[in-house]
Design a protein around this ligand. Structure first.
Ligand SMILES: [Zn+2]
Ligand SMILES: [Zn+2]
Ligand SMILES: [Zn+2]
Length: 327
């Protein structure tokens, strides 16, 4: 079954892809499907002896260019739709152990170029309303392959969290005439106490009302709706701040901290989002201490109201301290 169903109670679309249950789960390093195909070795997803950055379609997609017809009938109460869109995998390098924390910043900038290209190309499709770039890092957040990689989803409508941000940003624009994220960036720069890292073009900070204990957001200092609005030096600056955040995490915890990294950019439907969408990346690690995870429980899952056991200002100070030490 590959289809989308709309929940009549919340109005949210959910994806169903039952074949995904068969996907490869944590293979040994010598059977890694994301490594280059080496002479005499087993075939992998990438039939090249070496590569820089590679993007290919996920072998177990939840969204595809030409989806099958849904299994169940559509009705007014229970809308059903084909799983149109795309799921792509982006492999960061041909080195099985080289992730964003350790690679040269110029290589991260190359990955940003690829993210931008995919955003442009997938976003041009009339059946794609939102291009979502993300990375799951670490087994704690459900990674099934260790080789450093990220993913790109092209959704046929704006997904719930992006839609909520857009609604709030639109209301803020109407009431104050400014981009809410530009206002947040200005406030964080002047307050300073939640800043984790910064350079000439990008800022990393623990959000004032963070959901997760070690949540960090990275934003462009000037208003940019998507990666396409960034200059080459700005992409390099973004690469630098992303790496500073990851190194601060790893330095503070003493191991590669599992996280979900989500990029929010302007939707690619035919709406006018340029002034209310502000490019940012959200890091949401699940750890609250080195050996304890924050589980989403009653208040979070049942009510959607997060309880955070840490003070964002203290977390920022700790990450800042480590960041200085590793630089
Ligand atoms: Zn590998
Ligand atoms: Zn802005
Ligand atoms: Zn966001």
């Amino acid at each position: 079954m590959t289809e989308r169903r709309c929940d009549p109670v919340t109005g949210e679309w959910r994806m169903f892809a039952t074949r995904r249950q068969d996907r490869t789960f944590l293979p040994a390093a010598d059977a890694c499907p994301l490594c280059p195909t080496r002479a005499g070795g087993p075939p992998t997803e990438i039939p090249l002896p070496a590569f820089d950055v590679v993007v290919f379609e996920n072998r177990f997609p939840a969204l595809v260019r030409e989806p099958p017809a849904p299994d169940v009938a559509d009705s007014d109460l229970y809308p059903v739709a084909p799983s149109v869109g795309a799921n792509e995998v982006i492999v960061y390098s041909d080195d099985h152990h080289l992730g964003l924390a350790d690679m040269d910043v110029s290589r991260i900038a190359r990955i940003i170029d690829v993210w931008a290209d995919r955003y442009a190309e997938l976003g041009r499709r009339v059946d794609v309303a939102y291009v979502f770039v993300f990375e799951n890092r670490g087994v704690a957040v459900g990674v099934t392959l260790h080789h450093p990689h990220g993913q790109i989803y092209a959704y046929p409508e704006i997904p719930p969290r992006a839609r909520l941000e857009l609604q709030v940003a639109t209301a803020h624009m109407q009431s104050s005439g400014t981009c809410v994220y530009c206002d947040v960036v200005a406030r964080e720069r002047s307050d300073g106490i939640r800043v984790v890292a910064h350079n000439a073009s990008f800022l990393a900070f623990v959000p004032f009302a963070a959901r997760f204990p070690y949540e960090v957001h990275v934003a462009s200092l000037r208003h940019a709706a998507s990666l396409l609005d960034l200059t080459d030096p700005e992409r390099l600056a973004m690469a630098d701040v992303l790496q500073q955040v990851i190194r601060a995490y790893d330095g503070l915890f003493g191991f590669p901290l599992p996280y979900v990294m989500s990029m929010h950019q302007a939707p690619t439907d035919d709406g006018e989002h340029q002034h209310v969408s502000h490019l940012h990346i959200e890091f949401t690690p699940l750890h609250r201490t080195a050996d304890k995870l924050k589980y989403l429980a009653g208040s979070e899952l049942g009510a959607g109201a997060f309880i955070n056991d840490t003070a964002p200002e203290e977390v920022a100070a700790r990450l800042r301290g480590v960041g200085r030490a590793v630089r």
